[in-house]
Design a protein around this ligand. Structure first.
Ligand code: OAD
Length: 253
């Protein structure tokens, strides 16, 4: 069933059906993507006009080869995004997920593709599949990760205090594996949940998108929250077409 905010009657029917799904659920997982942070002012990746990958080249800015070719350029791009993330605030969608369902009695476990840390700042228990833009990691993989630091320089990538190599943003770039422990925890949560909310993701990047399929195959009800169509709509029991900042508070209140 599809309910769109543009058609309030149908939207209310779909919203009621979604609330019914949640009513009996004690294990709820939200799989989120860039759209959940759009209302905090963070651009998505694939929006035709404002999306990052419409304006920038991911091969240059989101791959190890691109970083090695021009570390300063890539570092400056991430420094700008880091500043935007620091200025941003969690929006009502993040807050609703952090508060949980059933008047806050049932937590919503969040698995996110986002690197902005806004779910954690809102208070969610979150698995960050694609890393965190505020952290850095040693490029040569000496194993050192560094937590957010206000003193990170904006111009040149800093040097790893442990081994002297360059540091890079601790985000997953194209062609790289996700942290296996984080992915395993996410797969277990997806396989064990009663309801999966798929919020603000185009659903085209795997393995993250596959978590919705894991949940559905294991018998969970899958509810997509997104103003637009997604690749995962066909796997969903319900699609609530509207922005996360309005739909999630209404769904979880
Ligand atoms: P995309 O940019 O692919 O998709 C964003 C989705 O958010 C779209 O489906 C939009 O319709 C939806 N959207 C926009 N505004 C919204 C709002 N207010 N409320 C709800 N939804 C809204 O972003 P992701 O699916 O997150 O990977 O992209 C997945 C991965 O691709 C990212 O994690 C990133 C990127 O390359 C890495 O950096 C590794």
């Amino acid at each position: 069933m599809i309910g769109s905010l543009g058609d309030p009657g149908r939207f209310d029917v779909a919203l009621r059906a979604a609330r019914d799904c949640l009513a009996g659920a004690s294990r709820i997982v939200a799989l989120t993507g860039a759209g959940v942070s759009a209302e905090s002012g963070i651009p998505t990746f694939r929006d035709a006009q404002s999306g990052l990958w419409a304006r920038f080249d991911p091969a240059q800015l989101a791959s190890e080869a691109g970083f090695r070719a021009d570390p300063a350029l890539v570092w400056r791009w991430y420094a700008e995004r880091r500043e935007a993330v620091r200025r941003a605030r969690p929006n009502p969608g993040h807050v609703a997920l952090a508060r949980g369902a059933h008047g806050g009695r049932t937590p919503v476990a969040v698995v996110t593709q986002n690197v902005d840390g806004l779910h954690a700042r809102a208070g969610s228990d979150v698995i960050e599949l694609h890393g965190n833009i505020l952290r850095t990691i040693c490029l040569e993989r000496c194993g050192q990760r560094y937590e957010p630091d206000d003193l990170l320089p904006a111009g040149e990538p800093p040097v790893c205090p442990a081994c002297g190599s360059q540091l890079r943003p601790d985000v997953v770039w194209f062609g790289e594996m996700l942290d296996p422990a984080a992915l395993l925890r996410a797969e277990r949560a997806a396989a064990a949940c009663h309801v999966m909310l798929v919020v603000g993701t185009s659903g085209i990047v795997f393995p993250a998108a596959g978590l919705a399929l894991v949940a559905g195959r294991a018998g969970a009800r899958v509810i997509v929250v997104n103003p637009d169509e997604t690749e995962l709509d066909g796997q969903a029991d319900l699609c609530l077409r509207g922005p996360a900042g309005s739909v999630l508070p209404a769904l979880l209140e």
